[in-house]
Ligand binder design. Structure first.
Ligand SMILES: [Zn+2]
Length: 155
């Protein structure tokens, strides 16, 4: 069993960090920047949020079962589990190997917020990315934003 620590990362800081990270990811997917440029920018981004976004508040799971156990054992919300599973299933259908990430953030005294995501170790071209993003019945605001940016300018 994996027990969650009280997170040190504040939700607002994580949301800003995540937004910047997503923008970088989209640039890479669209071919606007190279992989080495992405790696460099990502390093700079992590540096910028050093002391604000704490890597130890991020929990990674290679399997959906692992994520579910963590959520259950730590009394976290199971509301978006199925949503993430839909992204992961589509990714798997397309031949990728998705894993799951759970970021815990501090909102106020004793109140924890949780952000779930599906991650990939490899590059995913735009045509597959849009399919993975739109796999759940209802896209999250973040999914829609990324989706729109990916199809922007595409013919
Ligand atoms: Zn989503």
């Amino acid at each position: 069993m994996k027990t969650a620590r009280m997170p040190k990362t504040k939700l607002e800081d994580y949301l800003k960090f995540n937004e910047e990270r997503n923008q970088l990811g989209i640039k890479l997917i669209k071919g606007d920047i190279t992989k080495s440029m992405f790696d460099l920018s990502f390093f700079v981004l992590e540096d910028k949020y050093n002391g604000k976004v704490f890597p130890e508040d991020e929990y990674n799971f290679p399997t959906f079962c692992g994520l579910c156990s963590f959520v259950g054992e730590n009394d976290l919300s199971s509301r978006y589990l199925f949503h993430e599973l839909k992204h992961a299933q589509k990714a798997r259908d397309l031949g990728y190997n998705p894993s799951f990430q759970c970021m815990l953030t501090y909102m106020s005294e004793g109140v924890i917020s949780m952000q779930l995501s599906v991650t990939f170790g490899n590059y995913i071209p735009p045509e597959d990315s849009v399919q993975i993003l739109s796999a759940p019945d209802e896209m999250s605001p973040g999914d829609s934003k990324s989706y729109d940016k990916l199809i922007e300018g595409a013919s």
